[in-house]
Design a protein around this ligand. Structure first.
Ligand SMILES: *[C@@H]1O[C@H](CO)[C@@H](O)[C@H](O)[C@H]1NC(C)=O
Ligand SMILES: *[C@@H]1O[C@H](CO)[C@@H](O)[C@H](O)[C@H]1NC(C)=O
Ligand SMILES: *[C@@H]1O[C@H](CO)[C@@H](O)[C@H](O)[C@H]1NC(C)=O
Ligand SMILES: *[C@@H]1O[C@H](CO)[C@@H](O)[C@H](O)[C@H]1NC(C)=O
Ligand SMILES: *[C@@H]1O[C@H](CO)[C@@H](O)[C@H](O)[C@H]1NC(C)=O
Ligand SMILES: *[C@@H]1O[C@H](CO)[C@@H](O)[C@H](O)[C@H]1NC(C)=O
Length: 484
């Protein structure tokens, strides 16, 4: 049969007929055969190109489905969240808005601990030995240290702490080690040129504390702090545990792994948050971490989380942080770093989102912060732009003034009309590029709740501080010496 004859031979056969009047017919046949062959070839090619992506997409689909299944496996823990605060001695609000103190929350967590306590920390000065003073208000810190010492003899207490530089005191750490705690110093300076600035606790792999307070006696009585405790929430504790394990591991290595092993990965991030119930109300929750090099697969970096929360706001973005700078603070060369600053200006301009920044300062605050803040605060135009900046000042009597590194609003949170973001970082470039920090992001946008959500509670805290006598519009206070 003709169709069995190879192409070239077929041509030969045709040619061998040699008849002139068959010329046009021959040409016509040739065309048909050529067309047929090309079609077959094209079909084969397109089939192949269809099959290959189908093969890859079917495998990615199945792993995507797997992830989806894991995420939809909602956390059934009866999680409860509570805001906790340190209000410095002598600071009195004319307001009924109040939360449990961080001191009480820590005491409760310690006394309830059955099996384990993991603490990520920047430095330890819970007694007032560092200031060589006899401060009565150091009592609470000293008590926490004593209780931690006792606990260290009973349950597993692991402490990850930034490797202290020459000047940082070691007394508390030595005491805890002697009491039975397992301490690992993380040399962030060597690893990422940053510091371990994170502050969180994980108790019995089911309760967590995260917030601005350092392991410092001043953080309980002399510095204004804000944090959150989440109780009975092993899903969240397990995820925070992965961030802790990363710090723990960094003590055993000379370099940050280029790829973290898969057991450090998470399924919970800004795109696929954990679904859980907080005080009986549905919530989407995730933990972010910085710097990006410490984020295993799936983890949202702290700055990405902040940018997405700001981008998501419809009505307002309220920010309370100690430091706000669109620059790197500690790099050897001056570097401008505007990721967050750009985002705030963008939502203020494009969507008329109301932006409020409540900033604090002390003697060691970089004076360049003020012109940058005034630049932001100048974005004011009736019905078009609404950005406002206030400076929060913690009042001090002459005795309190003498306490170094105190009497300041050290909060590090943001609240929008939808989301509560509770972090551990100052807001300047370094904290997102090379310093370790982390944050809890709670979204209850779609929740139907009769009791106030944590977003609403955080908004109340912000408004209490913003409207208080301790906050002053930055435009009315220009000189840092007068402000701080
Ligand atoms: C405290 O707040 C109430 C109600 O907002 C107000 O009437 C009162 O004047 C305030 N007191 C002071 C001392 O600011
Ligand atoms: C790990 O931690 C121990 C105990 O705190 C410390 O002595 C050691 O220097 C740390 N190692 C590194 C590489 O940071
Ligand atoms: C991952 O596995 C290693 C080796 O078993 C272990 O040392 C590490 O703690 C694990 N990390 C996490 C986050 O569980
Ligand atoms: C909060 O959740 C809603 C859906 O419930 C989602 O549309 C929104 O993007 C989330 N916001 C953030 C900042 O994750
Ligand atoms: C936040 O910034 C201040 C001022 O630069 C700095 O002293 C402090 O160490 C930073 N963070 C802390 C202690 O949380
Ligand atoms: C959740 O419940 C705890 C007490 O169990 C309470 O302290 C806290 O304020 C509640 N949180 C919210 C957001 O209602």
């Amino acid at each position: 049969m003709k169709s069995d004859i190879p192409y070239e031979k077929m041509l030969d056969v045709e040619l061998s007929r040699g008849e002139a009047h068959h010329g046009s017919q021959k040409y016509y046949r040739c065309l048909i055969i050529l067309t047929c062959l090309t079609t077959v070839l094209l079909i084969l090619l397109s089939l192949q190109s269809l099959l290959v992506p189908m093969a890859t997409s079917s495998s990615s689909k199945s792993s995507g489905q797997q992830k989806h299944l894991l995420i939809r496996e909602t956390c059934t823990d009866p999680c409860r969240i509570a805001l906790v605060e340190s209000i410095p001695e002598g600071l009195v609000f004319n307001s009924s808005i109040a939360h449990q103190s961080i001191y009480e929350a820590w005491l409760n967590l310690i006394s309830g601990a059955q099996t384990s306590l993991d603490i990520a920390s920047f430095y330890w000065t819970l007694t007032n030995k560092d200031t060589h003073t006899q401060e009565a208000t150091a009592d609470q810190g000293q008590q926490i240290l004593q209780e931690l010492g006792q606990l260290s003899g009973k349950v597993s207490v692991r402490i990850a702490v930034d490797k202290p530089s020459g000047t940082k005191p070691l007394d508390d750490i030595s005491f805890l080690v002697a009491s039975g705690a397992d301490v690992r110093m993380v040399n962030m300076r060597e690893l990422t040129t940053g510091v371990l600035h994170t502050k969180f606790w994980i108790v019995d792999k089911k309760h967590v504390y995260i917030g601005s307070a350092n392991m410092d006696w001043r953080s309980l009585t002399q510095v204004k702090e804000l944090g959150a405790v989440v109780y009975d929430c092993s899903c969240l504790a397990e995820d925070l545990g992965k961030i802790f394990e990363a710090y723990w591991f960094l003590n055993q290595t000379k370099t940050v792994p280029a790829h973290w092993p898969s057991n450090y990965s998470t399924l919970y991030n800004k795109d696929t948050p954990m679904q859980l119930s907080l005080n009986g109300t549905d919530a989407s929750v995730y933990l972010s971490s910085s710097p990006p090099s410490l984020c295993a697969e799936g983890r949202t970096s702290d700055v990405q989380s902040i940018l997405s929360v700001i981008a998501d706001a419809q009505q307002f973005v309220y920010i309370a942080v100690m430091n706000y700078l669109p620059t790197m603070e500690f790099s050897s060369h001056k570097r401008y770093w505007t990721d967050i600053d750009d985002q705030l200006r963008r939502v203020a301009y494009e969507r008329r989102v109301r932006v409020r920044l409540l900033i604090s300062c002390w003697e060691s605050t970089n004076p360049i912060m003020f012109p940058f803040l005034r630049s932001l605060a100048s974005l004011q135009d009736k019905n078009k732009l609404d950005v406002q900046v206030k400076i929060f000042t913690v009042p001090s009597d002459p005795q309190q003034k003498k306490i170094p590194f105190a009497r300041v609003n050290h909060n590090k949170y943001m609240v929008t009309d939808k989301v509560a973001y509770i972090g551990t970082s100052n807001w300047s470039g370094d904290y997102f590029v090379n310093t370790a920090g982390s944050a809890l992001v709670v979204n209850q946008t779609s929740a139907q709740s009769t009791t106030p959500t944590v977003q609403e509670q955080l908004q109340e805290v912000f408004e209490r501080d913003w409207d208080s006598q301790y906050s002053t519009d930055i435009n009315h206070r220009t000189n840092r010496k007068v402000v701080c």
